[in-house]
Design a protein around this ligand. Sequence first.
Ligand code: BGC
Length: 545
Amino acid sequence: MVESASPPVQPWWRGAAIYQIYPRSFLDTNGDGVGDLAGIARRMDYVASLGVDAIWISPFFTSPMRDFGYDVADFCDVDPVFGTLADFDRVVEAAHAHGLRVLIDQVYAHTSSDHPWFAESRAGKEGAKVDWYVWADAKEDGTPPSNWQSVFGGPAWTWDARRRQYYMHTFLKEQPQLNVHNPEVQDALLGVARFWLERGVDGFRLDALNHAMHDPQLRDNPPAPRDGRAFNRPFDFQTKLYSQSQPGMVGFIERIRSLCDRYGAIFTMAEVGGDDSVAEMKAYTAGDRRLNSAYGFNFLYAPALTPALVAEAMGEWGGFPGADGLAQGWPSWAFENHDAPRAVSRWCAPEDVGRFARMKLALLASLRGNIILYQGEELGLEQDVIPYELLQDPEAIANWPLTLSRDGARTPMPWQEAPLGGFTTVAPWLPLAPANLARAIERQQGDETSILNLARRLLAIRKARRALRHGSFGNCRAEGALLAFDRAAQGELVRCIYNLGPEPLALEEVEQQGEPLLSVNADLPGMLAGYSAVWLASPLVEQGQ
Ligand code: BGC
């Protein structure tokens, strides 16, 4: 075979593995039952040992914590529960010393109602910040200006006695919606981004970005089609045509990108949820003047992991230019995060969690795009069941018993198999479940067969193989429980084969060619055992060679 030309130089973030740290639950170093920034710095060697490229730290900014930090009262300071700005600087220093990039959350759709901007805006109908939030008069009969509903339950409008107007909030009433149509608001948010870029961060995860703009005419959302989906909250009853997802976002996104470009290799990744997020993700990332990447909820809330689900998600990101002629963006993928129930508890029976978690990590490590690993996912943690009286999450309390179950995915990291998990020395803010304590890091470290060490191997292979890190996705088979696809880049091809079901599958001859690169749970000769993964490498003879 003719040697391929040397591969093109790729930006650091392309194909990167990103480790999400939820700071409240990572490591408590000051004995208050809540994790902190010093804890992140202290365990940077552990994070680096996984072989990830970057960390993404969920909000640690000044906040009354009504939505556990996603309600920001000062975008440019650290909440005392997490430490100080100096502690943050130490996190950046420790990460960079380990060759890790640092991404932080930016919450642009709303602030806390404790933010001084909101205090000023609600003070009256005149003044510099009068239009910084989404204010509107009541309808003639005193009811809210539109039918919009909040994600966490109840109307998206709350009456404010001071201004004698309603203000909009997509989430809690303590998270008033910023009016991102207003160029001054955009300038202020870009000022926040600049503050953190100057402090040395390498990028941003942009929270709930498609919620950041509303229809200025405040038109009512239409009812959602009755397509058999469960409507658990009033929010689910509507198609969110006007309360979110407005085209003006792209203009603001281009301003974010142009700021980031002034700071070198900065990575930007939007969270774009909702029923129809793919088109928005594509619009937010197309060409080279918008964001680098985006992720949706394909896997985060899926009740089952099926070959069709994976094939469909990957199929949207074939790398072909869109109708606008712009180059397609680059996707990111998460199976778990701080909002969604742990995937193993959604996707397999309790007795299969051990095997399933390993196969699922292999699948994540072979996807085309960036992959986001949520803290504890590398340990195979399952969802904790938190009794009502111990719930912390306002969403969970409001919607009980049909909640998004966020608390059960936010429980502290089990560092040791001890009652407090080595996480803290006092009562933790959320309990640690015995099942997850048995998966403690200390216990898995020295065990070559542990899922933790498998995670390290998977990430090492992904990093070493350009086909897995940067390559194309193709030749996909999604039949019954079988999922197989090629990842291919200059000169190399990796065939990734999975059995996503519990029963063994016969492996055809054609699926057995190549050098074995990885075998997970594939303990039956000639067969693909239940919940198993095989990667086969072969040279790629490209057309024309
Ligand atoms: C975050 C949530 C948060 C919400 C409001 C999200 O998408 O991930 O944790 O509650 O935005 O900021």
